[in-house]
Design a protein around this ligand. Structure first.
Ligand SMILES: Nc1ncnc2c1ncn2[C@@H]1O[C@H](COP(=O)(O)OP(=O)(O)OP(=O)(O)O)[C@@H](O)[C@H]1O
Length: 598
């Protein structure tokens, strides 16, 4: 599988591979003539004491060796294109990784992606430049040297071929054993990369909780596993080389003894015996090289399989064949129509038949216990994942019928975990959009209560550290929310974007936010009553089901689950609570009864 893939990736470079083969084979053919010249010198000029003829032989040898060197130099010129092959593979792989949904990356880990983008791609480039052509010329070399040996002394040649033939099985078998060892070594390298990445990203957390020894122990364990896996690879390669190098030397010793006996009987000249030994060494070296080449092929095939895993991954968010244009008018409705969802590779669905309608320009808050599926539901709107069943409709259009890039350009998202990039505050806010002006940025900073930006050393031009780590959590959240608002989207998904703010700042922000988003359709998740009260209506999610919908006040009176989630002690309800509601009202009044379903 991996080999077929390799072949398809290298196919566009076949002209260059052909040039390498021409260089290799030229060098090889010239090399094959060298023993003949040496034999002619020993049996002719040296035997006849003919110094002039010997000089001629020396000059011919020099010319042959020069041509051989030039051919070798020529064969390495096209290898520079390995860099281009690497680039193409890396870009293709990166595009593919970008198209994978977040759940894929959470499952496989960032380190495996890095290991593929860096290590595996390099292995394929290395195979292209160093091994692909050599494999062909090695086989040609084996055949040519065999023919020459048989031509010089048929019986001795046949004995050599018979004696060496078991090695082909050894080499082939070693290639298979190498495959499993290399796959394991690459997997371990990926896990080690993931652990390194996590340790760097989570440095504040593990330092804060004194987790240094545990982080060190985990890294040490994975590093030992990577070492052991690498040792298995090298062990197998070494035992293979030991056999392919040691055994032919024993055979050569036997052949030379037999050759001397033939020389003594006069049926072989000394020059021919020297030439025979030279051709034999041209078999021995390619046999060793064949082992190395096949091991290299196996390394590249494993790398191709690992890249192929990404290229073949299903679950990618696909563009529709005939995309529908995103609705151009203002005031867009949003509807979840019997939406079910399970994360790939998990058995338990997270959402069970969610039915929810958000009217154009409405602000709807999702409230639910932790893990009830709020973030998951939001992620289905801009297709960070697709429902397992059911539909998400924007203004009556299934989001799967919209081009994902266009959909995401029109649907603004702010997450609770606010990630900024290691660039300036202003660049983070602009987020690559050229349309936003400094005035708009200033207005948005005021809406999200981010006046602190003016006090930063370079104001909005201050560079924030990696992932914005030089700012506080609440500052990051406000900038991330500002970035979303600057997009001017008509649909906004706000996943608890003010959770890190103090109550006073949140209140000021929410007031301004409500005015700013007027006209947009907003779906937000809320943990605090203050956030829920911002909304026109609130939907209560319980274990992946919408169990109640209504205004904050209605739900306080009518939904036990709402009270349970929003009020610390729901046995002592707030004054807003109407008297006489028991704790099982959600069961008694499911969503479609309590609510006011629109
Ligand atoms: N990438 C994932 N792979 C597998 N399961 C996941 C993944 N992300 C979330 N889940 C599971 O889906 C369920 C719902 O998670 P979700 O984040 O949607 O809940 P939530 O209501 O937003 O929670 P919170 O209020 O804590 O943010 C949880 O049981 C969680 O373990």
């Amino acid at each position: 599988m991996g080999i077929r893939r390799l072949e398809s990736w290298i196919r566009p470079y076949r002209a260059r591979v052909a040039l390498m083969i021409v260089g290799d084979v030229t060098a090889l053919v010239v090399g094959m003539i060298v023993p003949l010249v040496i034999a002619a010198a020993i049996d002719g000029s040296v035997a006849r004491d003919d110094v002039a003829a010997l000089w001629t032989n020396v000059v011919i040898l020099l010319v042959l060796l020069l041509v051989q060197s030039a051919a070798f130099a020529f064969r390495f010129v096209p290898t520079a294109h390995a860099a281009q092959l690497n680039r193409e593979l890396r870009t293709g792989l990166f595009d593919r990784l970008l198209r994978q949904p977040p759940a894929y990356h959470h499952r496989t880990g960032a380190g495996q992606a890095v290991a593929r983008l860096v290590g595996d791609v390099e292995q394929i480039g290395f195979w292209y430049s160093n091994t692909s052509a050599f494999l062909i010329s090695t086989i040609v070399s084996l055949l040519a040297a065999t023919v020459m040996m048989v031509a010089i002394q048929p019986i001795l040649g046949a004995v050599a071929v018979l004696a060496l033939s078991p090695l082909t099985w050894v080499v082939w078998r070693a290639r298979q054993r190498m495959g499993t060892a290399i796959t394991e070594a690459r997997r371990c390298a990926g896990e080690l990369a993931t652990a390194s990445e996590e340790s760097a990203v989570g440095v504040r957390v593990w330092k804060g909780v004194g987790g240094g020894p545990a982080v060190r122990a985990r890294f040490d364990r994975l590093s030992r596993l990577a070492r052991d896996a690498q040792i298995v690879v090298v062990d197998r390669m070494a035992s293979n080389l030991g056999v392919t190098q040691g055994y032919p030397m024993l055979v050569l010793a036997g052949l030379i003894v037999a050759g001397i006996a033939l020389v003594a009987r006069g049926s072989l000249s000394v020059g021919d015996l020297v030439a025979f030994a030279a051709y034999y060494s041209r078999i021995q070296f390619p046999l060793v090289m064949l082992g190395v080449n096949l091991a290299g092929l196996q390394v590249a095939a494993v790398a191709a399989d690992r890249l192929g895993d990404v290229f073949d991954t299903d679950g990618e968010i696909r563009s529709p064949d005939r995309p529908v244009a995103f609705p151009a008018h203002d005031g867009l409705s949003l509807r979840f129509d019997d939406v079910h969802f399970a994360y790939p590779g998990t058995e338990h669905p997270v959402l069970h038949g969610v039915e929810l309608q958000i009217e154009p320009g409405e602000v709807l808050a999702l409230v639910g216990a932790t893990g009830s599926g709020k973030s998951t539901l939001l992620s289905l709107v801009n297709r960070l994942a697709d429902p397992s069943a059911g539909r998400v409709l924007i203004d009556g259009v299934d989001v799967r019928d919209l081009e994902p890039t266009e959909l995401r350009a029109h649907v603004g998202v702010a997450f609770e975990e606010a990630v900024l990039f290691s660039t300036s505050v202003a660049d983070n806010l602009h987020a690559g959009r050229t349309r936003t002006t400094d005035v708009e940025v200033g207005e948005v900073l005021s809406v999200v209560q981010a006046d602190f930006v003016h006090d930063l050393p370079d104001g909005a031009n201050t560079i924030v550290g990696e992932r914005g780590q030089t700012l506080s959590g609440g500052q990051r959240q406000r900038l991330a929310l500002g970035r979303t608002l600057l997009g001017g989207s008509r649909i906004l998904l706000l996943d608890d974007p003010t959770s890190a703010l103090d109550v006073r700042t949140e209140e000021a922000l929410l007031k301004r936010l409500r005015q700013t988003v007027a006209g947009s359709t907003v779906l937000l998740t809320a943990r605090r009553p203050t956030t829920a009260m911002l909304a026109d209506r609130v939907a209560v999610l319980q274990e992946g089901r919408v169990v109640a919908v209504g205004t904050h006040e209605e739900l306080l009176r009518g939904s036990a689950e709402y009270r349970r989630v929003m009020i610390a002690d729901d046995n002592r309800p707030t004054r807003e609570l109407a008297a006489g509601h028991d704790q099982n009202e959600d069961n008694a009044h499911p969503a479609d009864e309590t609510e006011v379903a629109r």
